[in-house]
Ligand binder design. Sequence first.
Ligand SMILES: [Zn+2]
Length: 205
Amino acid sequence: MAFLICASCRPQVEPVLAPFDAAFVRLYVREIAALPLAVRFESPMGTELGGLTYNAQPFRITRHLGDDLNGIGGWNSDQGDLVYASGTGRVIYTGMPSDGWGNMVILAHRVPDKSMAQGYKIFQTVYAHLETVKVKMGEMISRGAPLGTVGTANGHYWAHLHFEIRESLSVYPGMGYSDEPQDRVSPEAFVKAYSGVAALNQAPK
Ligand SMILES: [Zn+2]
């Protein structure tokens, strides 16, 4: 079933990155303090647990910095399907950084973490190659709210969602591939650790 792997989002040409508005290059302390707490994360496509989807190119395979999520029908069968906010957060970027990226939405989340002096870590979830975007800059959205639809990045790839999770205060489009993981973490592992199922498993007996 080699064709199912065709949803790779390796750029055919190096994308030319449009400069970001300097106001959004880094999150400010006041913006961070205003972020809602995100205690739970779910799959951004298919069911909450990622049912009806498959991961065509997982994190770090062929230097990939995210997961490539597809509908189980393959090819472009998932084009136009809803993409959901993985966790509750604030929209800190919407736009098309390059033709090869297509539309991108980035959310910022404040995730409780007792190992940190401030009691939380800041993570970003990144949704790329979108056909449409349903949210606006600065908007607060809840986990599970539709933020856009699955697209092809202007016809560059078979429809799929390039999904990244970054532990970062910097806001930038970046590249989909790198020798080093940089500030990215495995989306699949992260969502699994913070899913409703994980919360149930940790519930006191
Ligand atoms: Zn990708």
